[in-house]
Write a protein that binds this ligand. Structure first.
Ligand code: ZN
Length: 108
């Protein structure tokens, strides 16, 4: 087991998990449901984390994650919510209006 990435964004972790699974890398999201019950833990301790189960896939997983993050940082353009049709600014990973997740294909 190796941790590949952590983020305060559930949506981002979810997207990355889909991306890795698409490339046949088995991964697990931790802390997915812990936010809000954080208590005295430092905030970063309870961020959602993405772990892979097979250590030998780590290099490949990091490559995919970094590639994805680089492309999404460049893609600061507006996207349209598939659920309610609202136009959302590029830095948001979910619709501010209805909470729908940003479609994966709008990142690239
Ligand atoms: Zn929406």
């Amino acid at each position: 087991m190796k941790k590949v990435y952590s983020s305060d964004s559930f949506f981002l972790i979810g997207h990355l998990r889909e991306l890795l699974e698409h490339h046949h890398i088995t991964c697990i999201a931790k802390n997915e449901f812990l936010l809000g019950g954080a208590g005295e833990l430092p905030p970063t301790e309870c961020w959602p984390e993405l772990w892979i189960t097979e250590d030998f896939q780590y290099e490949k997983a990091r490559e995919l994650v970094e590639g994805f993050l680089a492309s999404s940082a460049e893609a600061g353009s507006e996207w349209r919510c598939p659920a309610c049709g609202e136009g959302i600014e590029g830095q948001f990973s979910a619709c501010w209006r209805c909470g729908a997740e940003r479609p994966l294909d709008s990142w690239s």
